[in-house]
Design a protein around this ligand. Sequence first.
Ligand code: 25A
Ligand code: L14
Length: 338
Amino acid sequence: MKTYNVAVVGATGAVGNEMVKILEERKFPVKSLKLLASERSIGKSLEFMGTDLPVEVLDEKSFKGVEIALFSAGGSVSLKYAPIAASEGCVVIDNTSAFRMEPDVPLVVPEVNPHAIKDYKKRNIIANPNCSTIQMVVALKPLHDYAKIKRIVVSTYQSVSGTGKKAIFELEDQVRALLMNKKVEKKVYPHQIAFNCLPHIDVFLENGYTKEEMKMVNETKKIMEDDTIKVTATTVRVPVFYGHSESVNVEFERKITPEKARSLLRKAPGVKVVDNPSKNLYPLAINAAGKDEVFVGRIRKDDTVEYGLNMWIVADNVRKGAALNAVQIAEILIQKYL
Ligand code: 25A
Ligand code: L14
């Protein structure tokens, strides 16, 4: 079997670390693995396939001989280094929002639009979508194919791990401080996140929406390859460590019953239906954490429109929302195109 020289940029972060684990778990054919981060990570190492690999400092020369690079070190790092890697013939799978809406960069969720990967050659960059968008489109694509979606109204309940390691520590520190009657410190978020909900993810834009909300609007249309789908979003940070939850209201063009939606979703790739209210069974962030599937439940009719459904969609944002989706893209890339 052919093996590949792989690099992970941002390897010591919440997502990068998971990328390394998933490459190992899924037995990705790695010839060599290069772990890259900033100077802050010098001296650190990560275990891969039973050996400790040292973390190296990212620079312009890091990508010599690298065939596939998974980036997750923030938008500014991707903007600077992804084009450098790409110009050396390395295929970049980028987890930030830097290139997602560029027309010549494929934006891919393997369960939804794997065929888009073929266009990677234009820039040698493939974008990994936003975490909240990924889990929503995995669940909605089979329903869209059956009854065509007209409009989506989504509210998210997003965990702190989406922001990275320092936000995970912030929630932990604030909870501990509050329980010990100490002063709460804020570094990452503008308000206390412990025991609170913040209707604010990423930056505010001129139109009054946040950037995270507009990512859900625009990326959904690009991944589903349908500009007619109307999407409106409210994205909320909640004091959960891992797993994003979403309340999703969908209006369709044609009839679709909750029973039909359940049966379509039971057959859908990457989806698990958890929908048995009489036994108190519905998707929960704490159960989705560490899992690969997108969990869907609370599927019920919205009687206020002709053809409408409400549902609750939950997934591990660091895995399916980021690291797993990126590795799945890499798997298709090597199977079909490299
Ligand atoms: O720039 P943005 O777009 O605003 O992105 C901000 C953050 O979003 C996370 C990621 O957090 C990033 O820092 N992120 C990015 N994409 C994400 C996605 N799709 C995402 N989160 C969820 N979903 P993170 O802290 O978990 O990961 C950061 C990783 O990137 C490396 N890195 C940062 N700048 C770099 C760089 N690598 C190379 N060159 C650069 N210029 C970073 O390595 C980490 O691997 P590091 O060496 O900088 O950090 C190692 C440890 O230090 C902590 N840390 C991070 N920032 C600071 C810090 N410590 C002190 N001060 C800081 N300012 C990290 O938590 C890590 O443990
Ligand atoms: O991938 O939760 O565009 O703070 C950037 C914001 C990921 C989530 C992205 C957060 C997001 C992140």
